[in-house]
Design a protein around this ligand. Structure first.
Ligand SMILES: [Zn+2]
Length: 117
């Protein structure tokens, strides 16, 4: 991967992270009590309560997704991005373009799917 590829990957990861976060926010909004009719103090309190609870309100999938994205961003920082965490071989470029947060190369992903690693 060259610098331009890595830059594109970082962008994609950050966009995906935002998308997951926004999905969480929307889900919360739909499930919350209506506070829109002129009660800013209540809305403020709701917002700070929301922030406190945010990290606990992620579903298992969302949490997992965010963790994988954050790990991929960390790997971008430490120069290990695009390397399979299991066999340390480079992950296929096409795979990374489709799934930039991928931790495994295709071979290891299959092993993992079968529970062998
Ligand atoms: Zn591998």
């Amino acid at each position: 991967m060259n610098k331009t590829d890595l830059k594109a990957m970082r962008k994609q990861l950050q966009a995906k992270r935002k998308e997951v976060m926004e999905g969480v926010l929307r889900a919360r909004e739909m499930g919350s009590v209506e506070t829109e009719s002129g009660a800013p103090d209540i809305a403020d309190r709701a917002a700070s309560a929301f922030q406190r609870e945010f990290s606990f309100s992620l579903s298992e999938n969302e949490g997992k997704m965010l963790r994988m994205i954050d790990e991929a961003l960390a790997r971008l920082e430490n120069g290990r991005f695009g390397m399979c965490v299991h066999c340390e071989q480079p992950i296929e470029k096409q795979r990374l373009q489709a799934v930039p947060w991928a931790r495994h190369c295709i071979a290891c992903e299959e092993l993992q799917d079968r529970g062998e690693i």
